[in-house]
Design a protein around this ligand. Structure first.
Ligand SMILES: Cc1ncc(C[n+]2csc(CCOP(=O)(O)OP(=O)(O)O)c2C)c(N)n1
Ligand SMILES: [Mg+2]
Length: 570
């Protein structure tokens, strides 16, 4: 650490930067040493470096951290090739509304625009995948820019931002400014309530509706609005379903909960029998959802005749796909205001229908479970993924965080695990649905909540995008359990091609890979299982011991989640 002594002796821009990050509550930097000037002084400010192997995984760790901690995730990177690898995670965060601060080094100011080594147009690079991006050139403006960046990420609709620092600037002497004291790193930073008159109108619409249904999206988690939503569910006897990203916004065991109602409602889906309840709705209350394709089953899920109330922090999302009564504001404040406004409404219609509604939901739930039971209880080998989910489901509790990779893993998790409490977290990369997100999301979540069990479900194709981070997990003491569904193919790709073209290309099949050996080779505990009994034993062992565990489950290559658009085609 001799090298740090010199840096410590004087106050530099890097010291100012570390100091400002600490003021905003930042505790973890997902990094790989660069910018070195920052990382050399960061420990003096209590900033822990979690060292990723690749930048795209590091950015995704910052994403998982932010989703769980409700604090801005910070990732740092070198200019040029490293910065380009931040594009995928920033793009996911942009679509999924997750605040991330990317701190990137720039070439020295004197070398700018001279084709310096690894010089690149980072402003252009990040233009489409950040809410806000600036290059900082003036030593005295560090606090101003850090505050602007963090506020840009955490106010309004959260999202990623980037700050670019020339390497020479970070070394410039600069006394620490003591002028600013506020912390902006926790989100939602500024809770803004919707227009009270519109809240009153919405309350009246709910009271007067015959069959109102509420759909909760991921914004409910981002806003920490799960308790407020549960209170409204009770107060107005409202049936509540969720999108994939909204899973866990309410308990799926609540008698008024419909579970996940999204793009997997074909035969075998536990949620399928709930669909008629949604189809009967004359009023839809959408909360914290961008009404995206997967969330709405290609915009076919919601009844066209239903009136719509849409609560969202981003006014541009309200009415994008469904003309709606606009309640623009923070989900939590909006739900609290709505519950309050309902007190002065006559809710007798809602409460009179509650028992019958609960009975209808209970029947649909039982029917859904019965429909899913054959696969959930199947002893077949190779295993059905539904059976794998059943084994995980009976071992997790409301405190377990489950992160899924893209592809089928996301849908197995959202449709076949149970949120037993409001606020239970299931992280899915549904912003862009890029492969490889599962493990780094899990590592970020574990960095945010070291005391909680974190499990990630990944496919064999997607996992090849992030194998290398098993070593990160081991080295950083981020003990997670990876459940790898090895069907030997790019499953979703294959089946989607079969559905659309009746044929698939030669890119689908893999040579056999010993994933358990990769886990062992990186200091973790790998095991391959081929039967339900072996899976049960492996899960018990992983959950009872420390370390990084990888359970490679050989699964049925013909199995696919009950994706609605596949129905009748394969
Ligand atoms: C980065 C990226 N590349 C390509 C795709 C397209 N894609 C979607 S699903 C899929 C197959 C994934 O296979 P695997 O991870 O093994 O999961 P499985 O569907 O077999 O469970 C592909 C290639 C993507 N979503 N993201
Ligand atoms: Mg696969």
């Amino acid at each position: 650490m001799l090298e740090t002594e010199g840096a410590r002796r004087q106050e530099t821009v890097a010291v100012n930067l570390a100091n400002s990050l600490k003021r905003h509550g930042v505790e973890v930097l997902f990094g790989q040493s660069l910018p070195s000037a920052l990382h050399l002084v960061a420990p003096d400010f209590g900033l822990k470096q979690v060292n990723y192997r690749t930048e795209n995984a590091g950015g995704t760790m910052a994403d998982g951290y932010a989703r769980i901690a409700n604090k801005i995730g910070v990732v740092t990177a070198q200019n040029g090739p490293a910065a380009t690898l931040l594009v995928p995670p920033l793009s996911e965060a942009m679509k999924a509304s997750v605040p991330i601060l990317a701190i990137c080094q720039e070439v020295d100011r004197a070398s700018t625009d001279r084709n310096a080594f690894q010089e690149f147009d980072h402003m252009g690079l990040f233009a489409s995948c950040t809410k806000w991006c600036r290059r900082v050139d003036t030593a005295s403006r560090i606090e101003d820019y850090v505050d602007m960046a963090i506020v840009a990420a955490t106010t309004g609709r959260p999202g990623p931002v980037a700050l670019l620092f020339p390497a020479d600037l970070l070394n410039e002497a600069q006394r620490i400014a003591r002028s600013r004291i506020n912390e902006y790193g926790t989100f939602p930073l500024d809770r803004v309530a919707p227009d009270p008159e519109r809240v009153q109108l919405a309350a009246r619409m709910i009271a007067e509706a015959e069959h109102p249904v509420l759909i909760a999206g991921g914004g409910v988690h981002l806003s920490k609005a799960c308790d407020a939503l549960t209170a409204l569910q009770e107060a107005a006897a409202l049936p509540v379903g969720t999108t994939n990203m909204g899973k866990g916004a309410v308990s799926e065991l609540h008698p008024l909960s419909l579970g996940v109602l999204a793009n997997a409602l074909a035969v075998g889906s536990p949620g399928r029998p709930m669909r008629p309840i949604l189809e009967d709705a004359d009023l839809l209350v959408l909360v914290g959802t961008r009404t995206n394709q997967n969330g709405t089953d290609s915009w076919k899920l919601y009844p066209e005749a239903a009136r719509v109330i849409h609560i969202d922090i981003d006014g541009m999302e309200v009415g994008r796909n469904y003309e709606a009564e606009r309640l623009v504001g923070d989900a939590r404040l909006a739900l609290i205001a709505l519950t309050e406004a309902l007190r002065s409404q006559d809710l007798s219609r809602r409460h009179a229908g509650r028992a019958a509604l609960e009975a209808r939901i209970a029947r649909a739930r039982a029917e859904g479970q019965a429909g899913a039971r054959p696969h959930r209880t199947s002893d077949a080998a190779p295993l059905r993924p539904e059976r794998v989910m059943a084994e995980i489901d009976r071992r997790i509790g409301p405190d377990t965080i489950v992160a899924a990779d893209a592809s089928y893993s996301s849908l197995w998790v959202t449709n076949f695990l149970t949120a037993t409490e409001a606020g239970q977290r299931f992280l899915t990369p549904r912003g862009l649905a890029g492969l490889g997100w599962g493990l780094p999301l899990a590592l970020g979540a574990k960095a945010a909540e070291p005391g909680k069990r974190v499990v990630t479900v990944v496919g064999d194709g997607g996992f090849a995008h992030s194998w290398q981070e098993l070593e990160t997990a081991r080295r950083m003491g981020l003990d997670v359990t990876v459940v790898l569904l090895n069907n030997g193919i790019l499953g979703f790709q294959k089946h989607a091609e079969l559905v659309k073209f009746g044929a698939h290309t030669g890119a689908i099949d893999f040579s056999p890979v010993d994933h358990a050996a990769i886990a062992d080779a990186t200091g973790g505990h790998g095991v391959r299982v081929e039967t339900p009994d072996a899976l049960a034993a492996a899960l018990d062992k992983a959950f009872a011991s420390e370390g990084v565990h990888l359970i490679e489950v050989i699964t049925d290559p013909d199995a696919h989640p009950p994706i609605t658009v596949f129905e009748g085609h394969i």
